[in-house]
Write a protein that binds this ligand. Structure first.
Ligand SMILES: Cc1cc2nc3c(=O)[nH]c(=O)nc-3n(C[C@H](O)[C@H](O)[C@H](O)COP(=O)(O)OP(=O)(O)OC[C@H]3O[C@@H](n4cnc5c(N)ncnc54)[C@H](O)[C@@H]3O)c2cc1C
Length: 509
C-alpha cells in the first residue's frame, strides 16, 4: 500500500492495496460521488449506501494514501481543542454537543467494527494527560472541569503507568485505538457488499453542475446528484484554505529492550505535545511515539526531526530499535472546531476539513453528520460545524501570513543541461530551490543521479514550495499542497502537479 510520503508508516506493513470488486456503470448517474478514500470518505460512503443512496467513491491513489494511512490512530473523545477552549468560544451547551458527538463517533466506529467483523485491533484504553509545570497544572484543572461539565469521564490520576515525568495527571476512561488501514479496508468491503463502487487511481480534477454533477476525472466523467469532498482539505481556491492551517507531525515505532510496553494512551502538554501508545504488528509490540509538529513547509531539515524524536524517547525508554519513522499532515481550524457541511457558496457539495489531530474521530463524526444533512434531517451540528460560520479568529493571521509572499515566476525560457547541472550540484537524494536569471527553479537529484527540474510555484495560490527531505516531497508553505520529486500532485488543495522545466542539450532537444 502506498502513502503520500517516502517513509513507511507502521500501517503499511504487509498490507496490499485494496482490490475493488464491483464494476462502475459509466453512464449511470449516482446519487452521491464521494471524493477521497480515507476514513471520512469511506465512512460516509458506507453510511449513505446503507441508507439506500447509490454511491461511488473516487480515490486519487489507493485507499489510505492520505493522512489516515499516516496517523498514530488513537481514538479520543478528548480533543486537541480542549473542552474549556470550546466552551469559551462556543458556549457550554455546544461543548456538551461536541462531547456527545465524539462519544457517538467512537460508538459508530465500534459498531461498524462489530457489525462488519472488521479485524482492526480495535481496543478500549485509558488515556493520561500529563502536566509538568504550574501553568500546565492550571490548564489541567480547567480541562478537567470543562470536560466533566461536557460529559466526559475524567478523574485525577493517582499514578500513571508510563515512565514519563509529570507533576499532575488526568485519567480519561473509554478512549481507544485501532489499525487505521485495516479499518479502512473493512469499511471498503462492507461498502462494496452493499453495492457501492470504489475507483482507485481516479483523481477528480473538477466538477460542473448542469442539472446533475459531471466530475471530470482521470478515468473519465462520473455523474452524480451530490458530491462529498472527503479529501481532508477541499481542492481549488476556497475560503476554507484561509481557515485551516496545514501542519506536519512526526511519528516513530520503537522496539524496547525491556518489553515493558505501556497498555495506555498518553499525551503531555508541551507545545507541540508528544503522544504515546502501543500496537502489536505481526506478533511484535511497538511503542508508538509522535510529536514535533510544525507548519508544513516551515522546517528545512525534516529528516533531523526523527533524530530529535528518537533522542527524546531514549530519555524515558530503553529503546532497542526504531523500526518505523514517518510523518503526515493535518489541518488546524481557525476557531478550534472542524468545518463540516455544505461547501460555502454551494448547494449540493459537502465538505469536511479542519480536523486538527483528531480526524479519525472527527472524520467519522463528519461522515455521520453529512449523511444526516444529505437526507435533509435537522441537526444542531448543521450550524455548530457549518463551514460558512464566521467566528473570531484572533491570532490566526500568523498561520496564513505567508499568502503575502505569493509570487509567480513561471519559467517560459528553456534552461540548458549544463546550467541545470551547475545549479544542481547536489548529492543523490538532495534538492534545492535555485535562482537562475531572477527565476526560481526546484531541482532534485534522484538516487541514480538524474536531475528533475520543476517550476517551484505552487499552482494553488502561487507560493514557492520547499523541500521536505524526510518524505522526499516539495511542500507548499501556504496551504499545504505537496508534490512528488517529479512534480506529481501528492496532496491537495492544488488540483494538479508542478510544471516540469524542460532543458536543452541532453538529447539534442
Ligand atoms: C502524524 C499524525 C497523527 C495523527 N494521529 C491521530 C490520532 O491518533 N487520532 C485521530 O483521531 N486523528 C489523528 N490524526 C488526524 C487524522 O489521521 C486525520 O485527520 C484523518 O486521517 C483524516 O482523514 P480523511 O479521510 O479526512 O483524509 P485522508 O485520510 O487524508 O484522505 C483523503 C483522501 O482523499 C484523496 N484525494 C484528495 N484529493 C483528491 C481528488 N481530487 N480526487 C480523488 N481523491 C482525492 C487523497 O488521496 C486521500 O487518500 C493524525 C494526523 C497526523 C498527521
Amino acid at each position: 500500500m502506498k502513502r503520500d510520503g517516502d517513509k513507511k508508516s507502521i500501517w503499511q506493513v504487509d498490507i496490499e492495496n485494496y482490490a475493488p470488486v464491483n464494476g462502475w456503470e459509466k453512464d449511470k448517474t449516482y446519487d452521491v460521488l464521494i471524493v477521497g478514500g480515507g476514513i471520512t470518505g469511506l465512512t460516509a460512503a458506507l453510511l449513505l449506501q446503507k441508507e439506500g443512496k447509490k454511491c461511488i467513491l473516487a480515490e486519487a491513489h489507493n485507499l489510505g494514501f492520505g493522512t489516515t494511512g499516516g496517523s498514530s490512530a488513537h481514538l479520543n473523545t478528548i480533543l486537541d481543542s480542549t473542552y474549556d477552549e470550546i466552551e469559551k468560544k462556543f458556549g457550554k451547551e455546544n461543548a456538551r454537543h461536541v462531547a456527545t458527538d465524539t462519544r457517538e463517533a467512537m460508538d459508530l466506529i465500534e459498531g461498524l467494527v462489530n457489525a462488519h467483523h472488521i479485524e482492526c485491533d480495535f481496543a478500549y484504553r485509558t488515556a493520561y494527560l500529563l502536566a509538568n509545570t504550574e501553568q500546565e497544572s492550571n490548564s489541567l484543572e480547567k480541562i478537567k472541569e470543562a470536560s466533566e461539565q461536557a460529559g466526559i469521564m475524567v478523574n485525577e490520576a493517582a499514578s500513571v503507568p508510563l515512565p514519563l515525568p509529570y507533576t499532575k495527571a488526568l485519567r480519561f476512561e473509554f478512549q481507544a485505538q485501532f489499525h487505521p488501514v485495516k479499518y479502512l479496508h473493512g469499511l471498503a468491503r462492507a461498502f462494496e457488499e452493499n453495492g457501492g463502487i470504489i475507483l482507485q487511481n481516479c483523481h477528480v480534477n473538477s466538477v460542473e453542475y448542469n442539472q446533475q454533477f459531471t466530475a471530470d476525472t482521470s478515468l473519465g466523467n462520473i455523474y452524480s446528484s451530490t458530491i462529498v469532498y472527503a479529501t481532508h482539505i477541499p481542492p481549488g481556491l476556497n475560503i476554507l484554505h484561509m481557515r485551516c492551517a496545514p501542519y506536519r507531525s512526526y511519528v516513530a515505532a520503537f522496539r524496547l529492550k525491556s518489553g515493558a510496553y505501556p497498555d495506555a494512551l498518553a499525551y503531555d502538554m508541551q507545545d507541540p505535545y508528544h503522544y504515546f501508545r502501543t500496537h502489536k504488528i505481526e506478533g511484535k509490540d511497538y511503542l508508538i511515539v509522535g510529536g514535533f509538529d510544525h507548519k508544513t513547509g516551515h522546517n528545512n531539515n525534516t529528516e533531523y526531526i526523527f533524530t530529535e524524536l528518537e533522542a527524546y524517547v531514549r530519555q524515558y525508554y530503553d529503546v532497542d530499535t526504531a523500526d518505523y519513522k514517518w510523518s503526515s499532515q493535518y489541518y488546524i481550524p481557525a476557531d478550534g472546531l472542524p468545518y463540516i457541511g455544505l461547501m460555502p457558496g454551494e448547494d449540493n457539495i459537502y465538505v469536511a476539513t479542519g480536523f486538527n489531530g483528531n480526524g479519525l474521530i472527527l472524520g467519522s463524526l463528519a461522515a455521520k453528520l453529512i449523511c444526516t444533512l444529505i437526507f435533509g434531517k435537522e441537526h444542531y451540528g448543521q450550524s455548530l460545524y457549518n463551514p460558512s460560520r464566521i467566528k473570531p479568529i484572533a491570532g490566526f493571521s500568523s498561520f496564513v501570513k505567508e499568502n503575502a509572499d505569493a509570487v509567480s515566476m513561471f519559467i517560459s525560457k528553456r534552461l540548458s543541461y549544463d546550467k541545470i547541472s551547475e545549479l544542481a550540484e547536489l548529492a543523490p537524494g538532495e534538492a534545492v530551490v535555485a535562482e537562475w536569471e531572477g527565476y526560481k527553479v526546484a531541482l532534485y537529484k534522484d538516487e541514480n543521479g538524474g536531475i528533475h527540474a520543476l517550476d517551484p510555484v505552487c499552482p494553488h495560490a502561487k507560493c514557492i514550495v520547499t523541500w521536505n527531505n524526510a518524505e522526499k516531497s516539495w511542500d507548499c508553505p501556504c496551504h499545504g499542497a505537496r508534490y512528488a520529486p517529479n512534480g506529481d500532485l501528492l496532496t491537495g488543495p492544488a488540483r494538479h502537479g508542478l510544471t516540469q522545466i524542460k532543458w536543452e542539450g541532453i538529447d539534442g532537444d
